[in-house]
Design a protein around this ligand. Structure first.
Ligand code: ARG
Length: 552
């Protein structure tokens, strides 16, 4: 723990003893101190004094070697730290690799994200899941928690019957090799067009699906092929975005297990068989109502397979928490899933990170009609726009254009609270200024350039620390807390907010204070500050799936 957080903890404990749980606050301006305790309000009632008097009593007790002075303002106790001593400790800790992270533990969490559907193009909704999940996985791992990223493929459903029929009639092998998903989509769309003219096709598709389920070899091989092509196609996108997985599973793995679980649910009276239709039904209570978990013909459903997959994850990984990063329209689905899991005795933390829509300037999509915005095209466009800007600046190179384009998309997605919709505006997403990925990357490059020009230096602490320097020190000091908050709430936008604030603070500092031309010991101190800033910024960026470019 660094000195700043150490003092914060000391104050929290002191306040706890006197008045119970009181959150230590970060005052909005430097004149109000570095840390503040609204302790007087609560104590006033107990002691029969005014908040100011109660706060004054409390202030008497505040004694810590790193505290410079304490001021009372209304019911608040405002605490000022000794800047040089505190800064020295904070910067030294922040210069180390792994700052803010955690020792490896044997705790595990399972995160389900991306979870795309076989033979369908990945849409922007999957993009949001992919990016949030990919970032969360990294933050957990940085904190020493073994995060298992699972891509749970939608690899089951009657559309495979249609695809098999369409494939045998119309597939172009060459196109399939080059652009597998575009070709699969083309034949899928064609199927629907043709089926309108010739209803017999639907019949054929149902037939093909039945044969697939019965395990007919040729059909199973085709299904496997669709699955593999989809994974291969998605991998390209994952690599571009910097998203990793630890397991690729799919709904098809869980059909048998899902049926077994239905039996268990029936035995325990959690589910019932509808006497009329023979389907198996669960009553989830007033709000969620009833839902079918096994059709009368014995077919399992999305929900049923998800129950089986959840139980499997619990057994296989023994996680303390299971996280699902899936769009908000599936909220009820996850409420039902978690409801059943509880009934089955699952005592782990269960989280649905529900997110809103992404609106692209390109407009709405429909897979059936073939009106699709391809993710590769979106990413490609981002890379091109980044390249254009770099050309204007005379810094163009292919590798950095990729980093900046992908980073811009990742950041534009991560900075928004999950429940809010996102509207992409290309000029905004790719701007090198403002709350964007490129701005953060630019800040990192700028700091690195300073350090490259500095030559040899050794960190030193001056007798006084000015407001600009101090503001960054305090920001850097809270990085470890920010990361813990992210995993506690499963919300990476908290980290995005933080990193942007940090970068802005740095630009303010650098605009007003010379670094390389400063006198000693300020020069060495400021270089330490720049270096610590660079370390925290690039660590934060990495956790947000942003790479530092060479040049910008
Ligand atoms: N494949 C589903 C879809 O595209 C998302 C699956 C999410 N994960 C899960 N365990 N249900 O809508």
């Amino acid at each position: 723990m660094n000195a700043f957080i150490g003092v914060k903890k000391y104050l929290a404990e002191l306040a706890e003893k006197a008045a119970g749980n009181i959150p230590v606050q970060y005052p909005p301006s430097q004149e109000m101190g570095d840390l503040a305790l609204p302790v007087g309000f609560k104590l006033a009632k107990e002691l029969g004094k005014t908040p100011k008097e109660a706060a004054e009593d409390f202030a008497e007790k505040v004694k810590h070697p790193l505290i410079e002075k304490v001021e009372v303002q209304g019911g608040y106790v405002n605490v000022f730290l000794k800047r040089p001593e505190t800064a020295e400790d904070v910067i030294k800790k922040a210069l180390a690799k792994g700052y803010g992270g955690g020792e490896k533990t044997n705790e595990r969490v399972v995160i389900d994200y991306s979870s795309i559907n076989v033979a369908k193009p990945m849409h922007v909704g999957h993009l949001r899941s992919t990016i949030i999940g990919g970032s969360l996985r990294r933050v957990y791992r940085y904190l020493g928690v073994e995060a298992i990223g699972i891509n749970y493929l939608g690899d089951i459903g009657t559309q495979f019957g249609k695809l098999i029929v369409a494939y045998r009639k119309w597939a172009d092998r060459e196109a399939l090799e080059k652009e597998p998903i575009k070709e699969l989509l083309r034949i899928y769309v064609k199927f629907h067009e043709e089926a309108e003219k010739d209803p017999k096709l639907e019949e054929e598709a149902r037939d093909a699906y039945r044969k697939l389920e019965e395990g007919e070899k040729e059909y199973v091989e085709l299904w496997k092929k669709f699955r593999e092509l989809t994974i291969k196609y998605a991998d390209r996108i994952y690599r571009m975005l910097g998203v990793e997985f630890d397991e690729i599973s799919g709904e098809s793995f869980y059909v048998e297990r899902a049926r077994e679980i239905v039996d268990v649910l029936l035995e325990r009276g959690i589910a019932e068989r509808d006497p009329e239709t023979g389907a198996v039904i669960v009553d989830f209570g007033e709000k969620l109502g009833k839902d079918v978990i096994l059709k009368s013909d014995g077919t399992t459903l999305y929900l049923t397979r998800d129950i089986a997959a959840l139980m499997d994850r619990v057994e296989k990984y023994d996680p303390k928490k299971l996280v699902y990063v899936v769009g908000a329209p599936q909220s009820d689905h996850f409420r039902k899933l978690f409801w059943i899991a509880r009934k089955l005795g699952v005592d782990r933390e269960l989280v649905h990170v529900a997110f809103g829509l992404i609106h692209l300037p390109e407009g709405k999509m429909s897979t059936r009609k073939g009106r699709v915005v391809f993710l590769e095209d979106v990413l490609q466009k981002a890379v091109e726009l980044a390249g254009e800007e770099m050309r204007k600046r005379g810094t163009y190179n292919e590798e950095d254009a990729r980093k900046i384009g992908a980073g811009a998309v990742n950041y534009a997605v991560l900075k928004v609270e999950p429940e809010k919709d996102i509207t992409f505006r290309w000029e905004k997403v790719l701007s090198f200024e403002g709350d964007t990925g490129p701005y953060l990357q630019y800040s990192a490059v700028r700091a690195r350039k300073i350090l490259e020009k500095a030559g040899d230096w050794e960190f030193a602490t001056p007798a006084s620390v000015n407001d600009d320097e101090w503001a960054i020190v305090k920001k850097i000091a809270v990085f470890p807390e920010v990361l813990r908050d992210v995993v506690k709430k499963d919300r990476p936008h908290i980290l995005a907010r933080y990193v942007y604030g940090l970068a802005k603070e740095f630009h303010g500092f650098y605009d007003r204070n010379p670094v390389l031309k400063a006198e000693e010991p300020e020069r060495s101190f400021r270089l330490g500050l720049v270096s610590a800033f660079h370390n925290v910024l690039t660590t934060g960026m990495e956790l947000l799936l942003l790479e530092e470019p060479e040049k910008m």
